[in-house]
Design a protein around this ligand. Sequence first.
Ligand code: NAG
Ligand code: NAG
Length: 244
Amino acid sequence: MHTTASSSMALSLYLHLLLVLSLAVAEATVFTLQNNCRKTIWPGIQAGSGKELLRNGGLRLKPGEVVSIRAPVGWSGRFWGRRGCSFDKTGKGTCVTGDCGGQLHCSGAGGAPPVTLAEFTLDSPMDFYDVSLVDGYNVAMSVLATGGTGMCRPAKCVSDLNRSCPRSLQVTKDKQVVACKSACMAFNTPEYCCTGAYANPNTCKPTNYSKIFKKACPSAYSYAYDDASSILTCKGANYLIKFC
Ligand SMILES: *[C@@H]1O[C@H](CO)[C@@H](O)[C@H](O)[C@H]1NC(C)=O
Ligand SMILES: *[C@@H]1O[C@H](CO)[C@@H](O)[C@H](O)[C@H]1NC(C)=O
């Protein structure tokens, strides 16, 4: 009798645990990072304030490699790609673009601009996401929502902005364009940075520079007050983030 009672209690505990686990699994969001570039990419991940740091903020992704990362409900943060990195065994080193303070694991630090960003705010109550060129461009990125409901359109900047980058915004290494600065970073004026008298969407309009970004990447966020069409929504999805 005693045995039966305790085993049925164990069974109900077990079922309860299964339920809790399946709920957790159903609600968490899976980010799948895929490196389509011909060279290794070192993705960086920065969590929003108070949110869980995923993968200690950074990892290495060889060409063709795919990695899945589970984010808790309500997570927010951004992904970017670091290029041309070399790290020693302790994880110290540098990257040509997107460096986060000379470490493989960014541990909360962001990437040095110019960097292409994939930004997410999950479960609020929908997921909001975009690919942003507000901090410039250093690698082609795309975000594809899978299995969600709603609009769930792809966010991407897959055109080679290195090539259309105006000379005054170019970042070069060994005479090659390796990244494209935002006009804000290059000129640091209120008009380009949407600060001061330009700190609102009525006064901060697209500029000749942001228009070049918008033309190359229509679904990406091209400056601080770019129209809301660049912020996409979906619910209950997982996300594939492709580099190149
Ligand atoms: C941009 O520049 C980098 C570094 O030269 C290069 O590897 C890459 O292929 C270029 N194009 C894109 C789309 O990032
Ligand atoms: C953008 O406009 C500024 C100010 O009018 C001008 O100095 C600059 O050359 C223009 N740049 C491009 C790439 O059109």
